[in-house]
Design a protein around this ligand. Sequence first.
Ligand SMILES: NC(=O)c1ccc[n+]([C@@H]2O[C@H](COP(=O)([O-])OP(=O)(O)OC[C@H]3O[C@@H](n4cnc5c(N)ncnc54)[C@H](O)[C@@H]3O)[C@@H](O)[C@H]2O)c1
Length: 377
Amino acid sequence: MINIAVVGTGYIGPVHIECLSRISGVKVVAVVDANLELARKTAARYNIEKTLEDYRDVLKDPDIHVIHNCTPNKYHYGITKEAMEKGKHVLSEKPLAMNQEEARELVEIAKKNKIVTGIDFCYRYYPVVQEMAVRIRRGELGDVRMASGSYFQDWLSKETDFSWRLQRSESGESNITADLGSHWFDLVQFATGLKVAEVIGDFASLVPVRKKPKRQVVAFEDVKETATENFKAELEDYSAVLFRLSNGAPGSFTTSQACAGRKSDTEFQVYGSTCSYAWNHKHSTELWIGYRDKPNEVLIENPVLQDASTAKYAPLPAGHPTGYYEAVMHLFQDYYDALNGNDRSAVARPTFETGYEEMKIVDAVVASNKKRQWVSV
Ligand SMILES: NC(=O)c1ccc[n+]([C@@H]2O[C@H](COP(=O)([O-])OP(=O)(O)OC[C@H]3O[C@@H](n4cnc5c(N)ncnc54)[C@H](O)[C@@H]3O)[C@@H](O)[C@H]2O)c1
Protein backbone atom coordinates (compact mmCIF):
# COMPACT_ATOMS: atom_id res chain seq x y z
CA MET A 1 0.00 0.00 0.00
CA ILE A 2 1.27 3.48 -0.92
CA ASN A 3 0.35 5.90 1.89
CA ILE A 4 -0.50 9.47 0.95
CA ALA A 5 -0.84 12.77 2.79
CA VAL A 6 -2.93 15.49 1.15
CA VAL A 7 -1.73 18.95 2.21
CA GLY A 8 -4.36 21.68 1.74
CA THR A 9 -8.04 20.81 2.01
CA GLY A 10 -9.76 23.87 0.50
CA TYR A 11 -11.31 23.33 -2.93
CA ILE A 12 -8.90 21.04 -4.78
CA GLY A 13 -7.63 18.90 -1.86
CA PRO A 14 -10.95 17.04 -1.52
CA VAL A 15 -11.01 16.52 -5.31
CA HIS A 16 -7.67 14.74 -4.95
CA ILE A 17 -9.05 12.59 -2.12
CA GLU A 18 -12.17 11.64 -4.14
CA CYS A 19 -10.07 10.60 -7.12
CA LEU A 20 -7.46 8.76 -5.07
CA SER A 21 -10.23 6.66 -3.51
CA ARG A 22 -10.72 5.06 -6.92
CA ILE A 23 -7.12 3.92 -7.38
CA SER A 24 -6.06 0.58 -6.03
CA GLY A 25 -2.91 0.20 -3.97
CA VAL A 26 -3.00 3.72 -2.56
CA LYS A 27 -4.54 5.18 0.58
CA VAL A 28 -4.89 8.72 1.93
CA VAL A 29 -3.84 8.31 5.57
CA ALA A 30 -3.42 11.97 6.56
CA VAL A 31 -4.82 15.37 5.71
CA VAL A 32 -3.07 18.59 6.63
CA ASP A 33 -4.40 22.13 6.60
CA ALA A 34 -3.17 25.31 8.24
CA ASN A 35 -6.88 25.73 9.02
CA LEU A 36 -7.34 22.73 11.31
CA GLU A 37 -11.12 23.04 11.23
CA LEU A 38 -11.13 22.47 7.45
CA ALA A 39 -8.76 19.52 7.81
CA ARG A 40 -11.02 17.98 10.47
CA LYS A 41 -14.13 18.33 8.30
CA THR A 42 -12.36 16.72 5.36
CA ALA A 43 -10.98 13.88 7.48
CA ALA A 44 -14.45 13.17 8.89
CA ARG A 45 -16.06 13.23 5.44
CA TYR A 46 -13.55 10.77 3.97
CA ASN A 47 -12.78 8.67 7.06
CA ILE A 48 -9.11 9.64 7.11
CA GLU A 49 -7.07 8.58 10.16
CA LYS A 50 -4.80 11.55 10.76
CA THR A 51 -5.62 15.27 10.83
CA LEU A 52 -2.71 17.67 11.13
CA GLU A 53 -2.05 21.39 11.07
CA ASP A 54 1.65 21.38 10.20
CA TYR A 55 2.90 19.61 7.04
CA ARG A 56 6.27 18.98 8.73
CA ASP A 57 4.58 16.34 10.86
CA VAL A 58 3.76 14.22 7.82
CA LEU A 59 7.24 14.71 6.40
CA LYS A 60 8.66 13.16 9.59
CA ASP A 61 6.43 10.11 9.25
CA PRO A 62 8.33 7.24 7.53
CA ASP A 63 5.05 5.49 6.71
CA ILE A 64 3.93 8.28 4.40
CA HIS A 65 5.31 7.84 0.90
CA VAL A 66 3.64 10.51 -1.25
CA ILE A 67 2.58 14.12 -0.67
CA HIS A 68 -0.17 15.76 -2.73
CA ASN A 69 0.53 19.48 -2.45
CA CYS A 70 -2.86 21.25 -2.72
CA THR A 71 -1.92 24.52 -1.03
CA PRO A 72 -1.95 28.01 -2.60
CA ASN A 73 0.94 28.77 -5.01
CA LYS A 74 3.04 30.51 -2.35
CA TYR A 75 3.51 27.26 -0.43
CA HIS A 76 4.21 24.96 -3.39
CA TYR A 77 7.97 25.51 -3.46
CA GLY A 78 8.70 25.24 0.27
CA ILE A 79 6.52 22.23 1.06
CA THR A 80 7.46 20.37 -2.11
CA LYS A 81 11.19 21.02 -1.62
CA GLU A 82 11.19 19.86 2.00
CA ALA A 83 9.10 16.81 1.12
CA MET A 84 11.47 15.72 -1.65
CA GLU A 85 14.51 16.29 0.53
CA LYS A 86 12.90 13.90 3.01
CA GLY A 87 12.53 11.34 0.20
CA LYS A 88 8.76 11.76 -0.32
CA HIS A 89 7.38 11.56 -3.84
CA VAL A 90 5.27 14.60 -4.73
CA LEU A 91 2.27 15.31 -6.90
CA SER A 92 1.82 19.09 -6.92
CA GLU A 93 -0.99 21.33 -7.89
CA LYS A 94 -0.32 23.80 -10.69
CA PRO A 95 1.35 26.21 -11.15
CA LEU A 96 4.45 24.38 -9.93
CA ALA A 97 5.80 27.42 -8.05
CA MET A 98 5.76 31.23 -7.88
CA ASN A 99 8.35 31.66 -10.65
CA GLN A 100 10.69 29.75 -12.95
CA GLU A 101 13.68 29.93 -10.57
CA GLU A 102 11.76 28.05 -7.88
CA ALA A 103 10.40 25.63 -10.47
CA ARG A 104 13.86 24.87 -11.88
CA GLU A 105 15.19 24.17 -8.40
CA LEU A 106 12.32 21.75 -7.75
CA VAL A 107 13.13 19.89 -10.97
CA GLU A 108 16.79 19.62 -9.90
CA ILE A 109 15.97 18.42 -6.36
CA ALA A 110 13.59 15.81 -7.79
CA LYS A 111 16.31 14.51 -10.11
CA LYS A 112 18.93 14.43 -7.36
CA ASN A 113 16.67 12.57 -4.94
CA LYS A 114 15.10 10.26 -7.58
CA ILE A 115 11.62 11.55 -6.82
CA VAL A 116 8.68 10.61 -9.02
CA THR A 117 6.90 13.90 -9.73
CA GLY A 118 3.51 14.80 -11.10
CA ILE A 119 1.51 17.98 -11.63
CA ASP A 120 -2.24 18.29 -11.97
CA PHE A 121 -2.70 19.54 -15.52
CA CYS A 122 -5.93 17.59 -15.58
CA TYR A 123 -7.58 18.96 -18.73
CA ARG A 124 -5.18 17.00 -20.92
CA TYR A 125 -6.72 13.87 -19.40
CA TYR A 126 -10.11 14.26 -21.07
CA PRO A 127 -10.27 11.21 -23.34
CA VAL A 128 -10.66 13.06 -26.64
CA VAL A 129 -7.84 15.50 -25.77
CA GLN A 130 -5.58 12.45 -25.38
CA GLU A 131 -6.95 11.20 -28.71
CA MET A 132 -6.20 14.54 -30.37
CA ALA A 133 -2.59 14.35 -29.14
CA VAL A 134 -2.16 10.82 -30.52
CA ARG A 135 -3.70 11.72 -33.88
CA ILE A 136 -1.46 14.80 -34.24
CA ARG A 137 1.57 12.60 -33.51
CA ARG A 138 0.34 10.12 -36.15
CA GLY A 139 0.47 13.03 -38.65
CA GLU A 140 -3.29 13.26 -39.24
CA LEU A 141 -3.38 17.05 -38.78
CA GLY A 142 -0.42 17.64 -41.10
CA ASP A 143 1.79 20.56 -40.09
CA VAL A 144 0.53 22.65 -37.17
CA ARG A 145 -0.23 26.06 -38.68
CA MET A 146 -1.98 27.93 -35.88
CA ALA A 147 -3.53 27.53 -32.41
CA SER A 148 -6.08 29.69 -30.64
CA GLY A 149 -8.53 29.67 -27.78
CA SER A 150 -9.67 31.02 -24.47
CA TYR A 151 -10.40 30.20 -20.85
CA PHE A 152 -13.20 32.24 -19.28
CA GLN A 153 -14.66 31.99 -15.78
CA ASP A 154 -17.04 34.17 -13.78
CA TRP A 155 -16.37 33.40 -10.12
CA LEU A 156 -14.29 36.58 -9.63
CA SER A 157 -16.58 38.90 -11.61
CA LYS A 158 -18.23 40.71 -8.69
CA GLU A 159 -16.38 43.18 -6.48
CA THR A 160 -17.40 41.04 -3.50
CA ASP A 161 -15.62 37.99 -5.01
CA PHE A 162 -12.17 37.27 -3.61
CA SER A 163 -9.40 34.68 -3.72
CA TRP A 164 -5.79 34.53 -2.53
CA ARG A 165 -5.04 34.25 -6.27
CA LEU A 166 -5.48 38.04 -6.51
CA GLN A 167 -2.69 38.73 -3.99
CA ARG A 168 0.88 39.01 -5.21
CA SER A 169 2.20 37.64 -1.91
CA GLU A 170 0.16 34.42 -2.31
CA SER A 171 0.08 33.92 -6.07
CA GLY A 172 3.31 35.37 -7.50
CA GLU A 173 3.57 37.98 -10.26
CA SER A 174 0.49 36.65 -12.04
CA ASN A 175 -3.04 35.69 -11.10
CA ILE A 176 -4.86 34.35 -14.11
CA THR A 177 -2.01 33.75 -16.56
CA ALA A 178 -0.53 31.39 -13.94
CA ASP A 179 -3.88 29.97 -12.83
CA LEU A 180 -5.78 29.37 -16.07
CA GLY A 181 -3.10 30.18 -18.64
CA SER A 182 -0.89 27.37 -17.31
CA HIS A 183 -3.72 24.87 -17.95
CA TRP A 184 -4.39 26.27 -21.42
CA PHE A 185 -0.77 26.34 -22.56
CA ASP A 186 -0.41 22.81 -21.24
CA LEU A 187 -3.30 21.74 -23.47
CA VAL A 188 -1.70 23.29 -26.56
CA GLN A 189 1.83 22.03 -25.86
CA PHE A 190 0.54 18.57 -24.99
CA ALA A 191 -1.75 18.27 -28.02
CA THR A 192 0.69 19.63 -30.60
CA GLY A 193 3.94 18.31 -29.11
CA LEU A 194 5.36 21.80 -29.76
CA LYS A 195 6.61 24.37 -27.26
CA VAL A 196 5.55 27.97 -26.83
CA ALA A 197 8.66 29.83 -27.95
CA GLU A 198 7.77 33.53 -27.86
CA VAL A 199 4.97 35.60 -26.31
CA ILE A 200 3.53 39.08 -26.07
CA GLY A 201 1.05 39.62 -23.26
CA ASP A 202 -1.44 42.30 -22.29
CA PHE A 203 -2.90 42.35 -18.76
CA ALA A 204 -5.81 44.26 -17.24
CA SER A 205 -7.67 44.35 -13.94
CA LEU A 206 -11.34 44.41 -14.91
CA VAL A 207 -12.38 44.74 -11.25
CA PRO A 208 -9.98 47.43 -9.99
CA VAL A 209 -11.17 47.50 -6.36
CA ARG A 210 -12.60 44.51 -4.49
CA LYS A 211 -14.15 43.88 -1.09
CA LYS A 212 -11.67 41.54 0.58
CA PRO A 213 -13.25 39.40 3.29
CA LYS A 214 -11.55 39.73 6.66
CA ARG A 215 -11.86 35.96 7.15
CA GLN A 216 -10.41 33.10 5.05
CA VAL A 217 -12.44 32.10 1.98
CA VAL A 218 -11.75 28.96 -0.04
CA ALA A 219 -11.88 28.92 -3.83
CA PHE A 220 -15.34 29.18 -5.42
CA GLU A 221 -16.91 29.88 -2.03
CA ASP A 222 -20.15 31.85 -2.27
CA VAL A 223 -19.19 34.50 0.27
CA LYS A 224 -22.28 35.60 2.15
CA GLU A 225 -22.33 38.60 4.42
CA THR A 226 -18.97 39.07 6.06
CA ALA A 227 -16.78 41.96 7.15
CA THR A 228 -14.62 43.26 4.30
CA GLU A 229 -11.95 45.82 3.52
CA ASN A 230 -11.17 47.54 0.22
CA PHE A 231 -8.52 45.79 -1.87
CA LYS A 232 -6.92 47.55 -4.83
CA ALA A 233 -6.10 45.13 -7.67
CA GLU A 234 -2.50 43.90 -7.55
CA LEU A 235 -2.65 41.29 -10.32
CA GLU A 236 -4.46 40.76 -13.61
CA ASP A 237 -7.92 39.23 -13.88
CA TYR A 238 -7.69 39.53 -17.68
CA SER A 239 -4.81 38.37 -19.84
CA ALA A 240 -4.40 38.17 -23.60
CA VAL A 241 -1.38 36.50 -25.17
CA LEU A 242 -0.16 36.32 -28.75
CA PHE A 243 2.46 33.60 -29.15
CA ARG A 244 4.63 31.67 -31.57
CA LEU A 245 5.12 27.92 -31.26
CA SER A 246 8.52 26.32 -31.73
CA ASN A 247 7.75 25.56 -35.41
CA GLY A 248 6.92 29.25 -36.00
CA ALA A 249 3.14 28.73 -35.99
CA PRO A 250 1.27 31.72 -34.53
CA GLY A 251 -1.43 31.60 -31.87
CA SER A 252 -3.60 33.63 -29.55
CA PHE A 253 -5.18 33.11 -26.13
CA THR A 254 -7.50 35.21 -23.97
CA THR A 255 -8.54 34.55 -20.38
CA SER A 256 -10.51 36.26 -17.64
CA GLN A 257 -12.32 35.33 -14.42
CA ALA A 258 -14.72 38.25 -14.77
CA CYS A 259 -16.95 36.97 -17.60
CA ALA A 260 -20.47 36.64 -16.17
CA GLY A 261 -22.03 33.32 -17.16
CA ARG A 262 -18.84 31.60 -18.31
CA LYS A 263 -18.29 29.30 -15.25
CA SER A 264 -15.29 27.21 -16.38
CA ASP A 265 -15.28 27.64 -20.10
CA THR A 266 -12.06 26.64 -21.81
CA GLU A 267 -11.57 25.77 -25.45
CA PHE A 268 -8.73 25.43 -27.90
CA GLN A 269 -8.36 24.91 -31.60
CA VAL A 270 -5.43 23.66 -33.62
CA TYR A 271 -5.34 24.25 -37.37
CA GLY A 272 -3.12 22.05 -39.53
CA SER A 273 -2.27 21.63 -43.20
CA THR A 274 -4.61 18.60 -43.49
CA CYS A 275 -7.46 19.24 -41.04
CA SER A 276 -8.41 21.07 -37.84
CA TYR A 277 -9.18 19.96 -34.28
CA ALA A 278 -11.20 21.77 -31.63
CA TRP A 279 -12.14 20.93 -28.05
CA ASN A 280 -14.38 22.76 -25.62
CA HIS A 281 -14.75 21.95 -21.93
CA LYS A 282 -18.52 22.57 -22.13
CA HIS A 283 -18.76 19.64 -24.53
CA SER A 284 -15.82 17.77 -23.10
CA THR A 285 -16.68 14.39 -24.64
CA GLU A 286 -16.47 15.76 -28.20
CA LEU A 287 -13.51 16.19 -30.53
CA TRP A 288 -14.44 18.39 -33.49
CA ILE A 289 -12.54 17.55 -36.65
CA GLY A 290 -12.79 20.05 -39.49
CA TYR A 291 -12.11 19.29 -43.18
CA ARG A 292 -11.95 21.37 -46.33
CA ASP A 293 -13.15 18.76 -48.84
CA LYS A 294 -15.60 16.58 -46.93
CA PRO A 295 -18.14 16.98 -44.13
CA ASN A 296 -16.75 17.72 -40.69
CA GLU A 297 -16.81 15.06 -37.96
CA VAL A 298 -17.44 14.93 -34.22
CA LEU A 299 -15.74 12.05 -32.43
CA ILE A 300 -17.55 11.39 -29.16
CA GLU A 301 -15.32 9.68 -26.58
CA ASN A 302 -15.53 5.99 -27.33
CA PRO A 303 -13.13 3.22 -26.28
CA VAL A 304 -13.86 1.33 -29.50
CA LEU A 305 -13.20 4.21 -31.91
CA GLN A 306 -10.21 5.74 -30.10
CA ASP A 307 -6.60 4.68 -30.48
CA ALA A 308 -5.82 1.63 -28.31
CA SER A 309 -3.48 3.77 -26.18
CA THR A 310 -6.17 6.38 -25.28
CA ALA A 311 -9.15 3.99 -24.93
CA LYS A 312 -8.32 3.43 -21.26
CA TYR A 313 -9.13 7.09 -20.53
CA ALA A 314 -12.69 6.48 -21.83
CA PRO A 315 -13.48 3.28 -19.94
CA LEU A 316 -17.29 3.48 -20.11
CA PRO A 317 -19.33 2.13 -23.03
CA ALA A 318 -19.90 4.72 -25.80
CA GLY A 319 -22.60 7.22 -24.85
CA HIS A 320 -21.70 7.26 -21.15
CA PRO A 321 -19.75 10.45 -20.57
CA THR A 322 -16.77 10.74 -18.25
CA GLY A 323 -15.94 14.09 -16.62
CA TYR A 324 -13.63 16.19 -14.48
CA TYR A 325 -13.24 13.61 -11.70
CA GLU A 326 -12.26 10.94 -14.23
CA ALA A 327 -9.74 13.27 -15.89
CA VAL A 328 -8.04 13.88 -12.54
CA MET A 329 -8.32 10.19 -11.61
CA HIS A 330 -6.62 9.07 -14.83
CA LEU A 331 -3.82 11.59 -14.30
CA PHE A 332 -3.31 10.10 -10.82
CA GLN A 333 -3.52 6.55 -12.19
CA ASP A 334 -0.73 7.33 -14.68
CA TYR A 335 1.29 8.91 -11.85
CA TYR A 336 0.97 5.90 -9.54
CA ASP A 337 1.68 3.50 -12.41
CA ALA A 338 4.91 5.45 -13.01
CA LEU A 339 5.67 5.33 -9.28
CA ASN A 340 5.31 1.58 -9.48
CA GLY A 341 7.82 1.56 -12.36
CA ASN A 342 5.22 1.00 -15.07
CA ASP A 343 4.54 4.25 -16.97
CA ARG A 344 1.56 3.45 -19.19
CA SER A 345 0.61 6.99 -20.24
CA ALA A 346 -0.62 7.19 -23.85
CA VAL A 347 1.55 10.15 -24.86
CA ALA A 348 3.22 11.68 -21.80
CA ARG A 349 2.15 12.40 -18.27
CA PRO A 350 2.78 15.83 -16.73
CA THR A 351 5.81 16.04 -14.42
CA PHE A 352 7.74 18.83 -12.71
CA GLU A 353 9.55 19.39 -16.04
CA THR A 354 6.14 20.20 -17.52
CA GLY A 355 5.46 22.52 -14.57
CA TYR A 356 8.81 24.25 -15.13
CA GLU A 357 8.01 24.78 -18.84
CA GLU A 358 4.70 26.35 -17.87
CA MET A 359 6.39 28.65 -15.33
CA LYS A 360 8.76 29.83 -18.06
CA ILE A 361 5.77 30.75 -20.23
CA VAL A 362 4.04 32.59 -17.36
CA ASP A 363 7.22 34.51 -16.48
CA ALA A 364 7.72 35.47 -20.15
CA VAL A 365 4.14 36.74 -20.43
CA VAL A 366 4.54 38.78 -17.22
CA ALA A 367 7.81 40.28 -18.50
CA SER A 368 6.28 40.98 -21.89
CA ASN A 369 3.29 42.78 -20.37
CA LYS A 370 5.68 44.98 -18.37
CA LYS A 371 7.98 45.73 -21.31
CA ARG A 372 5.12 45.98 -23.86
CA GLN A 373 7.11 43.82 -26.28
CA TRP A 374 7.72 40.23 -27.46
CA VAL A 375 9.71 38.04 -25.04
CA SER A 376 11.22 34.66 -25.83
CA VAL A 377 10.34 31.79 -23.49
N1 LIG B 1 -5.78 21.40 -11.33
C1 LIG B 1 -6.88 22.12 -11.18
O1 LIG B 1 -7.82 22.01 -11.96
C2 LIG B 1 -6.95 23.09 -10.03
C3 LIG B 1 -8.18 23.61 -9.62
C4 LIG B 1 -8.21 24.48 -8.51
C5 LIG B 1 -7.04 24.83 -7.85
N2 LIG B 1 -5.86 24.33 -8.29
C6 LIG B 1 -4.61 24.70 -7.60
O2 LIG B 1 -4.65 24.13 -6.30
C7 LIG B 1 -4.01 24.97 -5.35
C8 LIG B 1 -4.98 25.25 -4.21
O3 LIG B 1 -6.10 25.94 -4.73
P1 LIG B 1 -7.56 25.87 -4.07
O4 LIG B 1 -8.48 26.40 -5.10
O5 LIG B 1 -7.82 24.51 -3.51
O6 LIG B 1 -7.37 26.94 -2.89
P2 LIG B 1 -8.20 27.04 -1.53
O7 LIG B 1 -7.93 28.37 -0.98
O8 LIG B 1 -9.61 26.62 -1.76
O9 LIG B 1 -7.51 25.92 -0.58
C9 LIG B 1 -6.17 26.01 -0.16
C10 LIG B 1 -6.08 25.37 1.22
O10 LIG B 1 -4.70 25.32 1.60
C11 LIG B 1 -4.62 25.62 3.01
N3 LIG B 1 -3.26 26.06 3.32
C12 LIG B 1 -2.70 27.28 3.09
N4 LIG B 1 -1.41 27.28 3.49
C13 LIG B 1 -1.15 26.05 3.99
C14 LIG B 1 -0.01 25.44 4.56
N5 LIG B 1 1.15 26.11 4.67
N6 LIG B 1 -0.10 24.16 4.98
C15 LIG B 1 -1.26 23.48 4.88
N7 LIG B 1 -2.39 24.01 4.33
C16 LIG B 1 -2.32 25.28 3.90
C17 LIG B 1 -5.70 26.68 3.22
O11 LIG B 1 -6.08 26.78 4.58
C18 LIG B 1 -6.80 26.15 2.31
O12 LIG B 1 -7.69 25.29 3.00
C19 LIG B 1 -3.58 26.22 -6.12
O13 LIG B 1 -2.23 26.14 -6.45
C20 LIG B 1 -4.43 26.18 -7.38
O14 LIG B 1 -3.81 26.78 -8.49
C21 LIG B 1 -5.81 23.49 -9.35
